[in-house]
Design a protein around this ligand. Structure first.
Ligand code: GUN
Ligand code: FE
Length: 432
């Protein structure tokens, strides 16, 4: 029984619309799990060593529920394209490089270091179609201590000759991936990742749907991401009323794992039914939405209607890894939507923070709050106070999301273990 006590200002979600703040509080952590959160020290814990972070603010670590690990090297380039140009001119050539395992060995440890630097400890990742690189990414994630869903992506149609697989190959290598990785770790788990409906044949999706049922595996894909994408899907799958129905019809929603849909910018009634019926998580990716797609996810409306929405960086469609910046961008974008649409209501900061911590974290278990029973996956950030003018602790967290960065993260913990991103990176490149 290893108990550690941390002292600092604590900020966590109390509800979707309200943050809870405990000034000068204590977090008692036993074997990586939060045992108590105290406003005052009690006799029970008085004799334990207290790690005092002073004015530092203890917050839950962030979850990135939609990120493309192989697009890491594309951050901030090709950003004046729209989706299809960007895919064809930048992304497909770049991702195809992961057929070379040495390239994956070079890039993937850097991706993990970047997540750790920015306080993102739970991730749901896209990869490429290449088995060996996907296997490496999975093992690096396990070694890093992070929580993750990862797998092999599928593309057998409408893809360039140099970056495509046959239907049989795609299904059989996905099955092999699941068999060889399921059960390896309680923290890193396989997920099925058809890139999006246009790059998958009906036969492929049906084959993957069978695997979802057979192995009880979840689904991660893009859904109604742009008007052009939704129209193309409808043309390719005329038997389905909308994008979402393609995944339902092919059996991809039958597994017990999480069903995670990126973007969901134009949900129809069909998507709305499916998202509720299968307890799906939709992922808002504000930077990517701005960079490569058209439209803004109706996030506040969906939250009000009880849908679970998390936040994603969607790097490289998005250009920056820090999920905290996507929190502020989500608020900004919702204000644009409110400005242009009469009956739309903007997000408040507490809602966006909740999406990035609570809604993202719950996909991985009891993660996303500083509350008893939750994993101590947490960050300590500095208050970014100016001399001579003090803002509240809650405002400090808001300011961090708008103008802070990894330099303002003072300490990082996963399962109560202190994490040094550089040390982890060194270990990854030495071991793999
Ligand atoms: N749709 C299909 N592939 C992609 C991708 O790589 N990024 C994004 N944002 N959308 C996609
Ligand atoms: Fe994406």
């Amino acid at each position: 029984m290893a108990i550690t006590v941390y002292r600092g200002n604590i900020v966590t979600s109390e509800s979707l619309t309200k943050l809870k703040v405990i000034e000068n509080g204590y977090v008692v952590v036993e074997d990586g799990i939060i045992k108590a959160v105290l406003e005052e020290m009690t006799d029970e814990y008085r004799n334990y060593v207290v790690r005092n972070f002073g004015d530092g603010i203890i917050i839950p670590a962030f979850s990135d529920l939609h990120m493309h690990a192989p697009q890491f090297t594309e951050r901030g380039i090709g950003m004046d394209c729209l989706l299809f140009d960007w895919l064809n001119n930048f992304t497909f050539p770049q991702e195809s490089g992961f057929r070379d395992i040495e390239y994956a060995r070079k890039i993937y440890p850097q991706v993990i270091r970047e997540f750790l630097r920015h306080g993102t400890f739970q991730v749901n990742l896209f990869s490429t179609i290449h088995y060996d690189s996907c296997d490496l990414l999975f093992k690096l994630l396990m070694e890093s201590g992070m929580y993750a869903y990862s797998g092999k992506i599928n593309m057998d149609s409408n893809s360039p000759d140099y970056y495509v697989e046959s239907t049989e190959e795609s299904i059989s290598s996905t099955e092999r991936f699941i068999v060889e990785h399921q059960g390896l770790s309680d923290k890193v788990k396989p997920i099925i990742i058809p890139r999006f409906a246009p790059t998958c044949s009906l036969e492929l999706l049906k084959g993957l749907g069978e695997l979802a049922g057979k192995y009880d595996v979840g689904l991660h894909t893009h859904l109604v991401e742009s008007i052009a994408e939704a129209a193309w899907s409808k043309e390719l799958f005329p038997m389905c009323a909308s994008d979402g129905e393609i995944y339902e019809m092919t059996g991809l929603l039958q597994g017990n794992g999480p069903k995670i849909f990126a973007h969901v910018i134009f949900p129809t009634e069909v998507e709305e039914r499916i998202l509720k019926q299968y307890n799906c998580t939709s992922v808002h990716c504000p930077d990517a939405t701005t960079n490569i797609t058209a439209g803004i996810m109706p996030a506040s409306k969906m939250l009000d209607n009880g849908y679970s929405i998390a936040i994603g960086s969607d790097v490289g469609g998005g250009h920056f890894t820090g999920i905290y910046r996507q929190i502020s961008r989500a608020v900004q974008l919702s204000k644009m939507k409110e400005f242009y649409e009469e009956d739309y209501k903007r997000l408040i900061f507490a809602e966006a923070f909740y999406m990035a911590t609570v809604n993202g974290g719950k996909v991985f278990g009891n993660i996303g709050k500083i509350e008893p029973g939750y994993k101590f996956n947490a960050l300590v950030i500095d208050g970014m106070q100016d001399d001579g003018y003090k803002i509240t602790t809650e405002q400090c967290v808001e300011r961090f999301c708008y103008i802070g960065d990894d330099r303002n993260i003072v300490a990082r913990f996963i399962d109560g273990q202190f994490i040094d991103p550089e040390e982890v990176y060194k270990r990854l490149i030495e071991k793999y």
